[in-house]
Structure formats: structure tokens, C-alpha cells
Design a protein around this ligand. Structure first.
Ligand SMILES: Cc1cc2nc3c(=O)[nH]c(=O)nc-3n(C[C@H](O)[C@H](O)[C@H](O)COP(=O)(O)OP(=O)(O)OC[C@H]3O[C@@H](n4cnc5c(N)ncnc54)[C@H](O)[C@@H]3O)c2cc1C
Ligand code: SF4
Length: 327
């Protein structure tokens, strides 16, 4: 049993003030990740500040940009009419995550902030630089089947587990945050970070910064899109590899493509070189295969995850085929 205080706040300012005042406090939203981490002894905050009732759950369109409050539930966003019409890739990625029950509790902000599912991180008997900096990385020479093939370091080879974030990086979202030093906007692709020498830091938020909302620019991807998630079971399992593909096409000519990849890096991975290669090309399996090879050029596996070097390009090709085939 660990004892902790529990308080509920009603405004974003009160949430920021309460956290800034107390170093041992932590925000709780849906609780679907934080409570697991507390049960496993990975985290032991002495105070939980409940932010789930903050009035930040609106989904609205303003000056051509779609805004989603950080407290909106994963299931509400996935089922929202405006999202389904204008950002269907996001809806599809959300529905591939967790289970309906979990999506009914999980918030957009919590989903972005969820910790890695590396089993060494959750097992406090094992070394883990992310949980306990300086203790070593159990996965590097251990059972690393779920682990990264891009952007890892010798300090950490974990992956970010979110499905939603793979769509958001492809859709060029922006994160709006507020904190002790005021408000700021963070491009989604700069929100999560690579492990480097400080794998304990998952993202670029400073302590006390609260995610308020995310914004999505208008796009021409509502017809040709696909989120393909490869996993050990068809539900309730994290991605081994996933690909979010968004395409703007004129017949079979590709005007623009966005490709996000999940299950492969410490952050949702963008395949910019593959995107640039595909621009202006005529859609075909050969062209998709070339793009996939470009996208995988810097991949490096660690033993048990060698299969991702083959699964990765195949998933890119299949996602592009499915996205381009939609009419
Ligand atoms: C069995 C299981 C299977 C799952 N499968 C998948 C899956 O396949 N794909 C997938 O994407 N996810 C999956 N998940 C993860 C799930 O999506 C996350 O647990 C959930 O999105 C977290 O949201 P939450 O609101 O419950 O966060 P919480 O657990 O409440 O919080 C998580 C962290 O976020 C911080 N936080 C919350 N909101 C904010 C905010 N606005 N600003 C700053 N910090 C904030 C909290 O302080 C905490 O540190 C699974 C979870 C479980 C338990
Ligand atoms: S991969 Fe990262 S999270 Fe996993 S054991 Fe190594 S340091 Fe810890």
C-alpha cells in the first residue's frame, strides 16, 4: 500500500499552480497508465491532482484549424462527426489503440504522455536508465522484441507506444501547452524526443507544463488514408510496427503523402525521405517498395527485433496500397 493525497482542480491555472508547488505531485487524467505505474512501484507520487474534470474536452473548428481539448476522451474523439469527416486517419488510429473500455477512460493528453511498455521499465528488479538513470539498459542485450529500430542510443532502445500519436505526427499537429512561464505551441514532431543520454525524458515538456489542446491544420487526406497496425493479437495489444499513411491523389498521381511510423522509435517516426520520393509519382507497388526502402535506410535492429527490418517495409507498402486504393 502506498498512501497519497488526492485533490481535484477546476481550472488549468489551478492545475499548474498545484503541481508547481509540490515536487512529489503528479496529474492524473483517465488514470489508465499512471495507476498501473503506481501499482508496479515505478512511480510513487505523494499527491495526485485530478485534472480529468478540467473544461478542456471541446472539439471545435476555428479559423480552418481543428482543435481538440486535452481532456477529450479517446473514444469521443474517435467517434466525433467532425473528426471522422475531416481527420479520419486520426479516428482510425485511435480505434486501433487499447480496447473500447480503455478508450472510454483515456484522454488525449494522457495518451501523448503514456510511458513506454518496455518490460524492463515496468520491472523494478531490472536495470533501466529510463526509470532509474545510470542503472543500465536491460533491453539492449536482453529480450528486445518490441524495441526500436530508429533513433535509439546505447542508453535506451524503448519505443513510444501510442497509436494516436503516429497519426498526429503524420497530420502535422501542434500541441498547445500552458505552464508557470505562460503558454507555448510545440510542433507535434518536436513534442516527443529521442533518448540520447537522457532517456528518462520522454518529451520536451518542462515540469508544470499542462497540455491544453492539440490543433490540426486542414488537409486533403480525408479520402486516401490508412492506419495499419501489426500486433500479436488483433485487439488489446501494442504495435510491433504501425504505419499511418495519408495521401492527396489525382487519379493515380500522388500530389502529397505523409507517413508516420509507430513501434519503431522513442518518438512517433516520420518518413520524410519516403514522402519526398513519392511526391508526383504514379501509385504502384514498385514505387511504394522503393519509398519503403528509402524510409528504412537508417534502421538498426538489436537481435530479437530483427524481424522488424522486414516487417517495417512490408507494413509501409501495405499501408500505402490500402490508402491509395480508397475511392
Ligand atoms: C491494457 C492496455 C492496453 C493498451 N493498449 C494501447 C494501444 O494499443 N495503443 C495505445 O495507443 N495505447 C494503449 N494503451 C495506453 C492508453 O492509451 C493510455 O494508458 C492512455 O491513453 C493514457 O491516458 P490517461 O488519460 O488514462 O492518462 P493517465 O494515466 O491519467 O496519465 C498518464 C500521464 O499523463 C500525464 N498527463 C495526463 N494528462 C496530461 C496533460 N493534459 N498535460 C500533461 N500531462 C498529462 C499524467 O500526469 C501521467 O503522467 C493501453 C493501456 C492499457 C492499460
Ligand atoms: S529500453 Fe529504455 S525503458 Fe527499456 S530497459 Fe532500456 S532504458 Fe529502460
Amino acid at each position: 500500500m502506498i498512501n497519497f493525497d488526492f485533490v481535484r482542480v477546476a481550472t488549468a491555472k489551478a492545475a499548474v499552480d498545484a503541481l508547481t508547488k509540490d515536487n512529489s505531485a503528479q496529474w492524473i487524467a483517465g488514470g489508465t497508465n499512471l495507476i498501473d505505474l503506481m501499482k508496479k512501484g515505478v512511480l510513487s507520487p505523494r499527491k495526485l491532482i485530478d485534472i480529468s474534470k478540467l473544461p478542456l474536452n471541446e472539439i471545435k473548428k476555428e479559423s480552418g484549424r481543428l482543435s481538440i481539448g486535452s481532456m477529450a476522451l479517446n473514444s469521443d474523439v474517435a467517434d466525433d462527426e467532425l473528426i471522422q469527416k475531416e481527420q479520419p486517419l486520426l479516428s482510425m488510429a485511435l480505434k486501433a489503440g487499447a480496447s473500447q473500455q480503455l478508450r472510454n477512460m483515456a484522454t488525449i493528453g494522457g495518451n501523448m504522455m503514456q510511458r513506454t511498455r518496455c518490460p524492463y521499465f515496468y520491472n523494478t528488479d531490472m536495470p533501466c536508465n529510463k526509470r532509474d538513470p545510470g542503472t543500465g539498459c536491460g533491453a539492449l542485450k536482453g529480450f528486445n522484441r518490441m524495441h526500436a529500430i530508429f533513433g535509439a542510443s546505447d542508453k535506451c532502445i524503448a519505443v513510444h507506444p501510442s497509436d494516436m500519436c503516429v497519426a498526429l505526427v503524420a497530420l502535422d499537429a501542434t500541441v498547445l501547452v500552458t505552464g508557470p512561464r505562460g503558454d507555448r505551441r510545440i510542433p507535434f514532431r518536436d513534442f516527443h524526443r529521442l533518448p540520447g543520454n537522457t532517456p528518462e525524458k520522454d518529451n520536451t515538456l518542462q515540469r508544470g507544463e499542462l497540455i491544453v489542446s492539440i490543433e490540426l491544420p486542414e488537409n486533403r487526406f480525408s479520402k486516401n488514408f490508412h492506419y495499419l497496425k501489426i500486433r500479436d493479437r488483433t485487439s488489446y495489444a501494442f504495435a510491433l510496427v504501425s504505419v499511418a499513411a495519408a495521401m492527396d491523389m489525382d487519379g493515380s498521381k500522388i500530389n502529397e503523402v505523409r507517413l508516420g511510423m509507430g513501434g519503431v522509435a522513442h518518438k512517433p517516426w516520420r518518413l520524410t525521405e519516403a514522402e519526398n520520393y513519392l511526391k508526383g509519382k504514379t501509385a504502384s507497388e514498385d514505387v511504394f517498395r522503393q519509398a519503403a526502402e528509402l524510409g528504412m535506410r537508417d534502421a538498426k535492429a538489436y537481435g530479437y527485433n530483427n524481424f522488424k527490418l522486414k516487417l517495417g517495409p512490408n507494413t509501409i507498402v501495405e499501408a500505402l496500397k490500402a490508402a491509395s486504393a480508397k475511392s
